[in-house]
Write a protein that binds this ligand. Structure first.
Ligand code: MUC
Ligand code: MG
Length: 366
């Protein structure tokens, strides 16, 4: 089997409700649908979410690098030769979500060719993951109401709260109200997307002691080396690296130099192949991992659950799988569902995603 064509289709779907956080806000989903075709008639697909404020990629940069550099290297290659494909992609630095999408689409082809779900090819550990819902910036009352609705309607019992606002007391009040209203057995953790200084983040930790917050993601900019290391060393809870560790090398560097004590894994940026390496690295060192959400569509969330549910170490904590509910639509033919607070990994061959061609025609912007 040989790759014959690599197609990138930009599309736009409005958010039902914008997501706001310390490093940016998202009003419209502007992603690239990647399709890789083979001479066996198979089509592998993946969703690529460029995030300029996180990785510096844009719709145009993704389309440019895939069409101009990656596609010529992929055409004529057998999708089963993954290491050869990665060696070719590795000659270009950065462009993490473009590379992540290619890896997912290649695995999709492999699963289809072997008539087996990728979830099982990877590891097949369990059939589903519990869901964490991400709460963006909003007034305290609205955030509490949103969380209560997720508990009551969808059985979700884990929440990641976007923080990093000033003054810090705004977020202290928010998290205190969430704990009061949701009770003790709901998992709560924070993500400041680098919005605070190390000193402000330390104030937040001190002011919320006793609220059983489990993790604190990107409290400040990891590039502020000494402040970050002082915070990680003093923090009573794991400090999770997300955007500071977009690839395996960065994950190794941040962990070994004391810049973080847990890792977020996002298939949108490390696909399945590199995510597996990050996971093994974390497991060997005894570090917790969280399956994160790159503001993923249903297409992207299916990739997350395909990977996360495939391994024991990535299914220990609820995974961030609900951002698609904030979007007004999706390209996928059969909608992803949250049932009793869980999302199931697909059982169809490949990654198990089928594109609704009418929706694609409606939302594409090329
Ligand atoms: C997250 O976990 O940070 C928001 C910005 C980004 O890069 O990802 C999302 C969610
Ligand atoms: Mg994050």
């Amino acid at each position: 089997m040989k790759i014959t064509e690599v197609e990138t289709i930009p599309y736009r779907i409005p958010m039902r409700k914008p997501l706001r956080f310390a490093s940016g806000e998202v009003h419209d989903i502007e992603h690239v649908l990647l399709r890789i075709r083979t001479d066996a008639g198979l089509v592998g697909c993946a969703d690529i979410p460029p995030r300029p404020y996180t990785y510096g990629e844009t719709l145009d940069s993704v389309i440019g690098v895939v069409g101009g550099i990656f596609a010529p290297a992929l055409i004529g290659t057998d999708p089963l030769d993954r290491a050869r494909i990665h060696a070719a992609l590795g000659r270009t630095v950065g462009n993490q979500t473009a590379k992540g999408g290619i890896d997912i689409a290649v695995w999709d082809l492999i699963g289809q060719a072997l008539n087996t779900p990728v979830h099982r090819l990877l590891g097949g550990y369990c059939d589903s993951l519990a869901v964490t819902h991400m709460i963006g910036f909003s007034p305290t009352e609205a955030a509490v109401e949103e969380a209560q609705r997720f508990v009551a309607d969808l059985g979700v019992r884990a929440f990641k709260v976007k923080v990093g606002r000033r003054p810090v007391s705004l977020d202290v009040e928010l998290v205190t109200a969430l704990r009061e209203h949701l009770g003790d057995d709901v998992l709560l953790y924070l993500d400041a997307n680098r919005g605070w200084t190390a000193t402000e983040a330390a104030q937040m930790l001190a002011a919320t002691e006793g609220l059983d917050l489990r993790f604190f993601e990107e409290p400040n900019d990891a590039a502020e080396v000494l402040g970050r290391r002082r915070l990680v060393a003093a923090s009573p809870i794991p400090i999770v690296a997300d955007e500071s560790t977009p690839d395996l090398g960065a994950a190794a560097r941040e962990i070994h130099t004391g810049g973080a004590s847990a890792l977020s894994i996002k298939t949108a940026r490390t696909g399945f192949t590199e995510s597996q390496k990050v996971l093994a690295f974390a497991e060997a060192l005894g570090l917790d991992v969280l399956m994160g959400n790159q503001i993923d569509t249903q297409l992207g969330s299916i990739a997350t659950v395909t990977f996360g549910a495939a391994f024991e170490h990535s299914s220990r904590y609820p995974a961030e799988l609900s951002n698609f509910l904030d979007m007004s639509d999706d390209l996928i033919a059969s909608p992803l569902e949250i049932v009793d607070g869980r999302v199931f990994a697909p059982t169809a061959p490949g990654v198990g995603t089928i594109i609704d061609e009418e929706k694609l025609a409606h939302y594409r912007i090329d």
